[in-house]
Design a protein around this ligand. Structure first.
Ligand code: BES
Ligand code: MN
Ligand code: ZN
Length: 519
């Protein structure tokens, strides 16, 4: 769907010619569902017949008389969303409804969709506003309408559903704030879909050069500042981590940087994303079963670059810098060996025990460089860093490790309002001890116990006292918990969490983060 094809109107919903006209209904215990007047007669009948109760996902589809302009009318159940006390859960119910609508459109082969927004009096207090409903439905529809067909050529059929062409949201009042809601939902969802597109590209379709090219085009279109550190400069700067990981590769490494500066001089948030375009494990080679999934090892990098597209559009008051260290991890006669000792950008030396623990090597250089260059208020990294996080948290939570309680609270809030929950794990000297090396300052693995945390312990060597949070998205970047708006394959996770974190970033947040204790 094109960005400008999501529109708003205050004309009556039933006046539009459309493939699918949608009304939403709220489940009420032992009573008729709450719904707009326009469909009350039908809903009452269906409810009396016990065909429709407004439960989550319940659908009542009918075909209006020939003189009505809509081809189909759908009433979609939202569940008891008027009684939902947990705001994040209420937002999620609307987002999931959006995802369901995208699926319903595919089933009906509807090219366009008109939705009558639910009345605030039918919604829980925390979300009882037209703009909030508009934002969540927009987000859910766009995310749910996502498909990746770029490489479908000879198997592509003319009859394949191409996705939605247009969506219209109907609201009786206050169109301006509703448009703002649509804009937020649209920016967040388009950014997450851009992340999915990058991730869906195979290792031979998305290399470090593609990361650089994407960022360069984005900067040109939006006014962001683009910079790319090439291999030569990395050598001069002493970025021994990313250079070591790249040793076996035929594609040079790149450190891609996008910078957003608001007009007034302010504080900066630094985002760093692991851009490992294919992880074979290197000399410590991975088993072949499932190795193809390691094209997704760049999802952290995708998330930070895509989030910058929304930042450029929304122009927040806080500055944001995104850095993506990008390379693949290959074996071969030039590849880094187990036992090799490398020297990172900040002077820390490291013994490479396992060449498959490569993410931390490229992130270390990127974080130390970013902190030295941009002196940010805080740094947040996102990385598909450890298989261990999947053992601990499954595919349902992103692992979070941080040295700053206030920053943790910000990320927990941004994550849950985005439907991307995070769960904090501890980090103390015992984990740091696991990565002490006999011959260098540190080593790159700490054994199996606490693998997600020892990986974070490694990263902690590159942040000094800067408030820092690490998101291990190995369990959520793909195969994420099944939801109506999350497809199989890459989810785009962390993109919307970053966008919402930045939207909520206020002067008070800066103060709290600066005051908050490190651990
Ligand atoms: N990219 C992988 C982590 C990963 C594994 C992500 C499975 C998603 C699914 C990372 O580079 C890696 O290989 N980590 C190793 C670290 C170990 C060698 C200390 C791991 O988790 O096994
Ligand atoms: Mn690896
Ligand atoms: Zn990896």
């Amino acid at each position: 769907m094109k960005k400008n094809r999501i529109t708003t109107t205050n004309k009556a919903a039933e006046t539009f010619k459309t493939d699918l006209l949608v009304y939403l209904a709220v489940e009420v215990k032992d009573k008729m569902p709450l719904c707009p007047k326009a469909v009350q007669t039908q809903v009452k009948k269906a409810w009396e017949l016990k065909d429709f109760r407004g439960k989550t996902g319940d659908q009542l589809l009918f075909y209006p008389p020939a003189k009505a302009p809509a081809k189909r009318v759908l009433v979609l159940g939202l569940g008891p969303v008027n009684r939902e006390e947990d705001r994040a859960a209420a937002l999620e119910a609307l987002r999931e409804a959006g995802g369901r609508l995208a699926k319903a459109c595919e089933k009906a082969r509807a090219k366009d969709l008109v939705i009558s927004l639910p009345a605030p009096k039918h919604l829980a207090p925390g979300i009882a506003e037209y703009p909030v409903a508009a934002e969540m439905l927009t987000e859910g529809i766009i995310l749910g309408d996502y498909r990746f067909v770029k490489y479908k050529e000879t198997t592509k059929k003319k009859t394949d559903y191409p996705g939605l062409a247009a969506v219209k949201l109907v609201c009786p009042e206050g169109l301006k704030p509703v448009r703002e809601g649509v804009r937020r939902g649209r920016n967040a969802a388009f950014a997450a879909c851009a992340s999915r597109d990058m991730a869906n590209e195979p290792g031979n379709g998305w290399t470090s050069a593609d990361f650089a090219a994407y960022a360069k085009v984005l900067a040109k279109e939006t006014g962001l500042t683009y910079r790319c550190i090439e291999k030569k400069e990395m050598e001069t700067l002493g970025m021994g981590g990313i250079l070591a990981v790249n040793q076996g590769s035929s594609v040079p490494p790149r450190m891609v940087i996008l910078e957003y500066r608001p007009e007034k001089k302010t504080e900066t948030i630094l985002l760093v994303g692991k851009g490992l375009t294919f992880d074979s494990g290197g000399i410590s080679i991975k088993p072949s079963a499932g190795m193809e999934d390691m094209k997704y090892d760049m999802c952290g990098g995708a998330a930070v670059l895509s989030a910058m597209a929304a930042v450029a559009e929304e122009k927040p008051a806080v500055g944001v810098v995104a850095i993506v260290p990008a390379t693949d991890n290959m074996s071969g006669s030039n590849a880094v060996h187990p036992g090799d000792i490398i020297r990172h950008f900040n002077g820390v030396t490291s013994e490479v025990i396992n060449t498959d623990a490569e993410g931390r090597l490229i992130l270390g250089d990127a974080m130390a460089f970013g902190i030295k260059t941009y002196t940010p208020t805080c740094v947040i990294d996102a990385a598909t860093l450890t298989g261990a996080v999947i053992i601990g948290l499954g595919h349902h939570y992103t692992g979070l490790v941080s040295n700053n309680d206030a920053l943790v609270r910000q990320l927990e809030a941004a994550g849950s309002t985005s439907g991307e929950p995070v769960w904090r794990l501890p980090l103390d000297k015992n984990f740091k001890k696991q990565i002490e090396s006999k011959v260098a300052d540190i080593k790159n693995t700490g054994g199996r116990p606490g693998g997600t945390i020892t990986a974070a312990a490694y990263l902690s060597n590159f942040v000094d006292n800067t408030p820092w949070a690490h998101l291990d998205i190995a369990g959520t970047a793909w195969d994420f918990t099944e939801k109506t708006y999350i497809p199989k394959g890459p989810s785009g996770t962390a993109t919307r969490t970053f966008i919402n974190l930045i939207r909520n970033w206020e002067t008070d947040t800066v103060k709290a983060v600066k005051k908050s204790k490190g651990r």
